[in-house]
Design a binder for this molecule. Structure first.
Ligand code: NAI
Length: 399
């Protein structure tokens, strides 16, 4: 029996609870620390079925009716016998869960960021301290599904299941009950296929929202004349040349970081790190119409049809950019700033990261970079390695 604790109360957590509890040999529990979610979830299950509907192209949907064995706000209640703790919340919530779970973390447990996003491992090591050495840490680059919850605590829908999910694991000094990947695969069922390889840092560096979102915003708005627009511009399909160039250069700096690290440490496997153009080509094999270059690939990616820039509607019914959106407020502190921190430890120059961060932090009212260094007052609210005092390559690698 694999006992999995799913952390969260949103779309992914609902689906993981439904799918996990339907797998043979798996017990799925839920921990939600947020507001009164656990109470609401339990109340909803008292009066309704817990239904997970999986949409399958060209076939009838699969409807699961299994439910998590426990839903709680109390980490002490749900952690006994747990083998796997799966963090299925936006990255900004990881810290809160790690702090609450810390007293209940036991040697041999496996902690999974799904998605981990840039710096999941730094948060685990930084918050758990000595305890972190005895647990295994895994991170995957996305959620296994495109999904949404349709009725809180009782119904969720999987709109699409990924074919495969890339991740990495760092095993702790106390071995887990079973191989971490096979336990996680048991919880998810056969799809997506988990491809766990290389160092955790490779997954952090490939948390692509960290550079895709800020680069596209930078391209669109850094030269904006301040005049409200008639309609929100298309986000991906409306990408301009300058945004594509910024994105490509950010990706170059990420790759240079990986290269600098493997140049001094050939035992570190960062083969997961690739250029964003290559990432697009294999992530969207059937959606991109014009694969000429990064610019054409994003502009012609059918998976992005209709997605627009986050905007605020003015009293006159026009639109201005929403710089309070998660594309900056999360993808800087839990994304680009983390990567800037890793590049700094690796000694890699980052002129494009600095240009984009400097522009973005001005609109966010934050300060990460100060005088060209990651020493601004808001670094402590990011999860850059520097926040946790990881300023050597060994510490960034978890050694
Ligand atoms: P979600 O948006 O449904 O998460 C909301 C949940 O986060 C809430 O129910 C609550 O449990 C927690 N939360 C929200 N605000 C909080 C706060 N202030 N403090 C503590 N907890 C708080 O997230 P979802 O959709 O499950 O996605 C999880 C991650 O996976 C996100 O990073 C998302 O970007 C990513 N993702 C989601 C996909 C999807 O189809 N839903 C697809 C691919 C990636």
């Amino acid at each position: 029996m694999v006992v999995a604790l799913i952390c969260g109360g949103g779309n992914g957590a609902h689906v993981a609870a439904g799918i996990g509890s339907s797998q043979p040999g798996v017990e799925a529990r839920v921990l939600s620390l947020y507001s009164d979610e656990a109470e609401r979830w339990n109340n909803a299950m008292k009066h309704n079925d817990f239904t997970t509907t999986i949409v399958v192209k060209g076939k009838d949907p699969i409807v699961l009716k299994t439910r998590p064995s426990m839903v709680s706000k109390d980490p002490g209640e749900v952690t006994p016998d747990v083998d796997l703790i799966i963090f299925m919340v936006p990255a900004f919530a990881h810290e809160q869960y790690l702090k609450a779970l810390k007293p209940f973390i036991r040697p041999g447990m496996v902690l999974v960021g799904c998605p981990g996003q840039a710096g999941f491992e730094f948060a685990v090591w930084g918050i758990l301290g000595e305890k972190a050495k005895q647990v295994s840490v895994m991170s995957y680059d996305s959620l296994p599904w495109a999904c949404r919850l349709t009725q809180f605590g009782s119904a969720a829908e999987v709109l699409g299941t990924k074919n495969s999910l890339a991740g990495a694991v760092q095993k702790g000094s106390t071995p887990p009950k079973e191989d971490p990947t096979s336990m996680m695969q048991k919880v998810l069922g056969p799809s997506p296929e988990l491809v766990t390889r290389g160092h955790l840092l490779g997954i952090s560096l490939m948390g692509v929202n960290a550079y895709v979102h800020p680069a596209i915003l930078y391209g669109q708005w850094s030269q904006w004349d301040g005049k409200p627009l008639d309609a929100p511009p298309l986000f991906y399909n409306g990408l301009g040349r300058s945004g594509a160039q910024a994105l490509s250069q950010l990706s170059d700096e990420v790759m240079a970081t990986a290269k600098a690290i493997t140049a001094v440490r050939d035992d570190i496997n960062l083969t997961n790190v690739e250029h964003i153009f290559d990432w697009y080509l294999h992530s969207y094999p059937n959606d991109i119409v014009d694969k000429t270059d990064l610019y054409t690939s994003i502009r012609s990616n059918g998976a992005y049809t209709g997605l627009t820039h986050p905007c605020v509607k003015t009293a006159e019914g026009k639109y201005t950019p929403d710089f309070g959106h998660r594309y900056l407020m999360e993808d800087l502190p839990f994304g680009l700033v983390v990567l800037r921190g890793v590049a700094s430890v690796a000694g890699v120059p980052t002129p494009t990261m600095d240009k984009v961060i400097t522009w973005a932090q001005g609109h966010m009212g934050k300060e990460y970079l100060k005088d060209g260094q990651l020493s601004g007052k808001d670094v402590s609210d990011s999860r850059s390695p520097q926040k946790y005092g990881f300023t050597t390559l060994e510490s960034v690698l978890g050694e």
